[in-house]
Design a protein around this ligand. Structure first.
Ligand SMILES: [Zn+2]
Length: 50
């Protein structure tokens, strides 16, 4: 499982997210991610990784 740091849209903080791009292919630039702290899922541009 790939991990990246993104801004969590619920917590408004930078947290570790798991990147589920292999499970849900959305293209090269975006990925389905899940916050590892609160569990919220969302779509993030990979370029927005912190
Ligand atoms: Zn979160």
């Amino acid at each position: 499982m790939e991990k990246q740091r993104f801004l969590c849209r619920v917590e408004k903080e930078i947290t570790d997210h798991s990147v589920l791009k292999n499970e849900v292919p959305l293209g090269m630039e975006v990925a389905l991610v899940q916050c590892l702290r609160c569990g919220v899922m969302g779509i993030k541009k990979l370029a927005d990784a912190k």
